[in-house]
Design a protein around this ligand. Structure first.
Ligand SMILES: Cc1cc2nc3c(=O)[nH]c(=O)nc-3n(C[C@H](O)[C@H](O)[C@H](O)COP(=O)(O)OP(=O)(O)OC[C@H]3O[C@@H](n4cnc5c(N)ncnc54)[C@H](O)[C@@H]3O)c2cc1C
Length: 386
């Protein structure tokens, strides 16, 4: 056996099953995401696209089979989210939050009884999920949250307001992080809160630069009586649960970024390929060709970073550093690629005649949510120094 053979060298290919799944999702995206520009300009929730995704089983990829899921895991979810986001990032973030932030969290941290209670509605898409961590004074510094849950016999009384909640107005199930004690970190607990309960309200809807089809709202919690059996895991586990879940969420947003980047690169490629002289020789400037080459090389590199982190997570290995590397590099690439597409396409890039300007607006948000780029860099540096 040679040294090379004795090493576990991956062949950097998706398995035949995953390639088939990618084709399946591509087909869904081609058939159901054709209205992406309308969702954006009408600020319209992509309900028809989300319903179709649910019918095809795309809202249950991170749920175990015994609870009605397809247990496809994180690599498959990344492949799926890249394809969906290449067509419509508003649909993409809705599915990413539902799968990566809500279903994954419930699957990992909830009791058997809790999973049997909520998964039947979540895997079919009858209910959508939302993840409620951020508040007015608590974004990057999640441990500064103030929403409180006070124990009162067999329930908790919850008061507070969550801000910038993706799918806020459409979701029926909220995972809410609230303070159950004074300690900055150990005083945080996680709960499931259902929209139908008294005191749960949808507040202000944000007007956003991009992802306009994805409703981002305030969730107001006023004297909400939360049954004690809706506490996730144990009191004081909330911060650990929030951060662990964000590792998976960041793989979703890395994949969203790859999808946006791929769509922008394809616009650039077809523009350059169409510039030929009478004899069919390329006439595009060398500068534009270099831009295309660099972006395409980075897309391949950051896709492998993303899949590496997803493989680790599927194996149950902590991947905070790797997920932060994937998200920070992929989200910056999405911005570079979309900016280049707008520049190279000129007025067709800036006017809305092509998807370039929407891609640029959507890309901007990938560097903010689920941990801003500067925070990802801190996570990576801390991981390297640990
Ligand atoms: C479209 C959208 C959807 C969202 N969806 C959700 C959701 O579903 N659920 C949810 O809970 N939240 C959601 N958020 C909130 C999002 O997670 C926060 O916006 C994000 O964590 C950043 O927090 P912030 O906006 O308060 O910015 P801040 O924390 O105020 O940060 C602003 C800037 O300061 C920098 N900064 C902050 N602290 C540091 C530091 N220690 N070191 C270096 N730089 C620092 C950051 O990098 C950033 O550039 C969403 C946000 C957006 C825009």
């Amino acid at each position: 056996m040679t040294i090379t053979e004795s090493l576990q060298v991956p062949d950097f290919q998706l398995s035949p099953e995953l390639q088939q799944f990618r084709e399946f999702v591509r087909d869904y995206a081609a058939k159901h995401l054709g209205r992406a520009a309308e969702y954006d300009s009408n600020v319209e929730f992509p309900r028809d696209a989300v319903v179709a995704a649910a019918e095809l089983g795309l809202l249950r990829t991170t749920v175990a089979k015994e609870y009605g899921g397809s247990a496809m895991g994180n690599v498959a979810s990344c492949v799926m989210l890249e394809e969906i986001n290449a067509r419509c990032a508003s649909t993409g973030v809705t599915i990413s939050v539902h799968n990566s932030l809500v279903n994954s969290l419930l699957g990992k941290w909830c009791s058997e009884e809790q999973k049997r209670r909520w998964f039947p509605k979540l895997v079919t898409g009858e209910w959508l999920g939302a993840y409620c961590l951020s508040e007015a004074y608590s974004g990057s510094d999640a441990a500064a949250l103030r929403c409180e849950a006070k124990k009162d016999g067999d329930h908790y009384v919850m008061n507070g307001a969550k801000l910038w909640i993706t799918t806020g107005s459409e979701a029926q199930l909220f995972v809410v992080f609230a303070r159950t004690g004074p300690d900055r970190v150990k005083g945080i607990s996680a709960f499931v809160v259902e929209k139908s309960w008294a005191g749960v309200g949808v507040g202000k809807k944000e007007r956003k630069l991009g992802l306009r089809g994805s409703p981002t709202t305030e969730i107001v919690l006023e004297n909400v009586k939360v049954p004690a059996d809706c506490l996730i895991a144990e009191e004081g586990m909330g911060f650990t649960i929030a951060l662990d879940t964000l590792d998976g969420g960041r793989l979703g947003i890395a994949s969203q970024s790859l999808g946006i980047a791929a769509a922008a690169i394809e616009l650039i490629r077809s523009e350059i390929a169409s510039q030929v002289d009478a004899k069919g020789r390329p006439t595009a400037s060398q500068a534009d060709q270099w831009t295309l080459a660099d972006l395409a090389a980075d897309l391949d590199a950051y896709r492998f970073l993303t899949w590496r982190a997803a493989v680790l997570r599927d194996r149950g290995v902590r991947c905070s550093t790797e997920a932060a590397m994937a998200k920070s590099t992929a989200s910056r690439l999405a911005n570079r690629a979309a900016r280049a597409a707008v520049s190279i396409l000129g007025e067709r890039g800036a006017s809305g005649a092509t998807a370039a300007e929407r891609l640029l607006r959507d890309a901007r948000i990938t560097e903010i949510y689920e941990g801003a780029t500067d925070i990802q860099r801190l996570v990576i540096a801390r991981g390297l120094m640990a």
